[in-house]
Design a protein around this ligand. Structure first.
Ligand code: NAI
Length: 270
């Protein structure tokens, strides 16, 4: 089977879906036939994304750092669409730009609350939901003549967490952001092992600079930085959000059933 498209109507949930990478991924999921819940702290932007989808969508307002809110996001999605096959946990903020000595403590808390606690809460409640879902026991349209190759066999759901190349290296003047993105790798690997036998895969993507509003905010700190960033990549440009989206849907698809606890770096050769 070609990677990507589900053979029945599947359901995706995307946080931070009102902008950038999240929006591009929701659009991609919908192109593949998934029904999609688009969650964001900015409800208007989530609605705007839903308006771009080819399939039925649902806008959900959520602050991912709030446990009750995240539980409600999962419940609302399941009430509307019946289950969650794939989740992209992607909401994130960059915080301030300061070396650690001058970094405001309250901003450390904000970044960690959204990027790490928010990610942890999303994974926690999504896994709890996926455990209630039946396992996929066959994929007859695709593998009727090759049951041994039924690659969705036994699966309950797939989760992808957005880390960053900042989760694999240093990012001077952004210690909380960088620390949160490293922590997401540990979270991903650990939960993947906890629920591998339950048929839940958990992976991460580590994009390098991607052309989104967050990139604009990062680079607003440095005059002339945009051109320098593009030139710093061997391919000569930063990623498009759609290119990260392709990696997310691939990780969620039946093309890589043995991948769990992995991270996929998307960094234009750098
Ligand atoms: P973006 O700023 O365009 O989109 C982030 C979305 O998250 C926004 O719609 C925002 O409203 C939402 N959000 C923020 N706080 C939230 C909260 N508490 N609850 C719910 N939603 C919230 O940024 P972009 O670039 O699309 O980033 C998405 C993810 O990708 C982030 O986790 C970011 O750290 C990561 N990333 C971005 C890179 C880049 O260069 N743009 C590179 C590597 C990783």
């Amino acid at each position: 089977m070609a990677s990507g498209g589900p053979t029945r109507t599947c359901v995706a949930l995307v946080t931070g879906g009102g902008s950038g990478i999240g929006r591009a991924t929701a659009v991609k999921f919908a192109e593949l036939g998934y029904h999609c819940a688009v969650a964001d702290i900015d409800e208007a932007s989530a609605r705007e994304t839903v308006g771009m989808l080819k399939t039925p969508g649902l806008a959900v307002q959520v602050d991912v750092s709030n446990a009750a809110g995240v539980q409600a996001m999962v419940d609302t999605t399941v009430k509307q669409f019946g289950r969650i096959d794939c989740a992209l946990n992607n909401a994130g903020i960059e915080g301030a730009r300061e070396k650690i000595v001058d970094y405001p403590v309250d901003m450390f808390d904000r970044v960690m609350n959204v990027n790490l606690k928010g990610m942890w809460l999303c994974v926690k409640y999504e896994v709890a939901q996926m455990l209630k879902q039946e396992r996929v026991v066959s994929n007859p349209e695709t593998w009727a003549d090759k049951p041994e190759l039924c690659r969705f066999q036994g699966q309950r759901g797939n989760i992808v967490n957005t880390s960053s190349t900042a989760g694999l290296g240093a990012m001077p003047e952004f210690t909380p952001y960088c620390s949160s993105k490293w922590a997401i790798i540990g979270l991903t690997k650990t939960v993947a092992q906890e629920y591998a036998k339950e048929g839940i895969r958990v992976n991460a993507v580590c994009p390098a600079t991607t052309d989104t509003p967050m990139r604009d905010r990062f680079e607003a700190h440095w005059p002339d930085w945009q051109a320098k960033t593009d030139a710093s990549y061997p391919v000569g440009r930063v990623a498009a959000p759609e290119e990260v989206a392709e990696a997310v849907v691939w990780l969620c698809s039946d093309a890589c059933p043995f991948a769990t606890g992995e991270y996929l770096k998307i960094a234009g050769g750098r």
